[in-house]
Design a protein around this ligand. Structure first.
Ligand code: SF4
Length: 485
């Protein structure tokens, strides 16, 4: 720990170095953070980055094209990790780049702990780097490339001449003249073939004596491979030194939480989930459930209607979901009283009413409990055989899930032909991606297309977000119908 004098000196030094520390928007993250951060910053910037990485993973799982992935990620950049080029004179680019730097290093700590996490982190980070690279200011990118040693050499004129016919074969052009023009303008780089195994594999380079001759249009491959190799080595080193940090429970709790979220394929969610903006009443719940709820809540609702009861974790998951959706405390008491129709008033008041009021912050600690996010439902309180809580995509046996999907959503357009795709995603462990696909299918009649998710390509990360979006779509449709009338 610093005393005040040391802290002042440290901060002055840090501020001074920050000014020059991030000359580029692109970063290979060679230097670990040397500046002080609060625990709040530590968590916030890592979570923001995790949201983007989780959406990149979802994009892979959803077989999105590169252009689609880029569009979704660029949009998320704006929300969670704005990063401007040097030409943006009115923006504090150094703070933006510091946030980027910090988030990356916190996630390195979270994801260095197993080989599977490291592999997934490298893949998602490399895609993130590529999105930044392709959207970077051309001049700034050029300077960035010059600032690093990628161990490539531009092919000298003599060599160009010597291998001109082979090099031209790498070009594109339907006529000899077009090919000649391309060759005149194109630069070629010479690197060890091990730096570009993907290009060698796709036969997009000329190979001579262990050297690969790479046209500049393929330069990105060299950069990405270098980024990957750099990060793989850094993660190995971090994994070896993490033991020293494992004593600090303040940090390990945050890191464990993040890596668990990534395992479930969903970024951490602390928010209570979006509300509809409208109040709902006890009498509306049954109808809303049938038209707008995700499978986890549909299942809870059906268990409740069938058994006239729900166990503790089921009541908690469903009760908080309904609260955030807009069910007031009075309506909640009315809803649960009506649903528990096998109980006497006395038993209901003594054993259940208190808990309902508690979840609204009216009893006990008086905390306003948020609704559970997908990550919490996927990972916490694993349901037993007679429980109804949890996420069906994760916790149902495959046969039961297929039967349940057809029984629940066939009236909304889901057919047995859709099951193969949904079940493949479930098998790969991308439960929220399967849920997102079901949202798209069941809202196709309202114009939702494959890949659009719950809006602008986003995947489902919260049951309330699913329900709210579904209600919004219906409202928009009704609005359109009224205009036509
Ligand atoms: Fe519910 Fe989330 Fe599972 Fe969908 S992915 S069923 S919203 S927990």
């Amino acid at each position: 720990m610093f005393n005040n004098h040391e802290r002042r000196k440290f901060n002055q030094k840090s501020e001074h170095s920050i000014e020059k520390e991030w000359p580029f928007r692109l970063n290979f993250y060679d230097k670990s953070p040397w500046y002080e951060v609060t625990l709040e910053e530590f968590e916030k910037h890592a979570l923001d980055r995790l949201r983007i990485l989780a959406e990149i993973e979802s994009s892979f799982a959803r077989n999105r094209s590169w252009e689609e992935l880029k569009t979704v990620t660029t949009r998320q950049f704006k929300d969670y990790l704005p990063l401007n080029s040097n030409s943006a004179s009115t923006v504090d680019t150094q703070t933006e780049r510091r946030n980027d730097h910090l988030g990356h290093f916190v996630l390195r700590l979270a994801f260095c702990r197993s080989e599977d996490l490291r592999r997934r982190f490298v893949k998602a980070e490399t895609a993130l780097f590529r999105v930044k690279y392709e959207s970077d200011d051309a001049r700034e990118r050029e300077l960035f490339l010059k600032s690093r040693d990628f161990q490539w050499n531009e092919v000298e004129p003599d060599e160009r001449k010597q291998y001109s016919s082979e090099l031209k074969a790498l070009g594109k052009g339907s006529t000899v003249q077009q090919l000649e023009e391309w060759f005149e303008k194109e630069k070629f780089y010479k690197v060890r073939w091990t730096q570009v195994p993907d290009l060698v594999n796709k036969r997009r380079v000329l190979l001579i004596d262990g050297w690969a001759y790479v046209p500049s249009k393929e330069q990105l491959s060299i950069v990405l491979r270098a980024f990957e190799a750099n990060l793989e080595n850094a993660l190995d080193r971090t994994a070896r030194s993490i033991m020293r940090m494992d004593n600090d429970s303040r940090l390990t709790d945050v890191l464990n939480h993040m890596s668990r979220g990534f395992v479930a394929g969903v970024a951490s969610e602390y928010s209570s989930g979006p509300a509809t903006g409208d109040e709902i009443t006890a009498d509306m719940v049954d109808d809303l459930a049938k038209r707008h709820f995700p499978l986890c809540m549909r299942n809870l609702h059906e268990c409740l209607m069938r058994d006239r009861h729900l166990k503790h974790f089921g009541r908690l998951q469903y009760g908080l979901f309904l609260k955030v959706l807009g069910l007031s405390i009075d309506e909640a008491v009315a809803f649960w009283r009506k649903s528990f129709s096998n109980l006497t008033d006395d038993k209901f008041n003594k054993e259940y009413k208190y808990n309902i009021r508690h979840s609204y912050g009216l009893e006990g600690k008086r905390a306003n409990y948020p609704a559970k996010s997908c990550q919490q439902i996927l990972l916490a309180d694993k349901p037993g055989p007679s429980d109804c809580h949890g996420c069906p995509y994760r916790h149902f046996a495959p046969d039961n899930l297929q039967t349940s999907l057809l029984a629940t959503y066939s009236s909304q357009g889901l057919t047995s032909a859709d099951l193969a795709e949904v079940m493949r995603t479930v098998k790969e462990g991308h439960y929220h991606v399967a849920c997102t696909r079901v949202f798209e299918i069941t809202h196709a009649a309202a114009g939702v297309k494959k890949g659009e998710g719950i809006g602008e390509g986003e995947s489902v990360t919260h049951p309330n977000q699913y329900a709210v979006k579904s209600i919004e779509i219906e409202k928009a449709q009704l609005g359109d119908a009224m205009v036509v009338e």
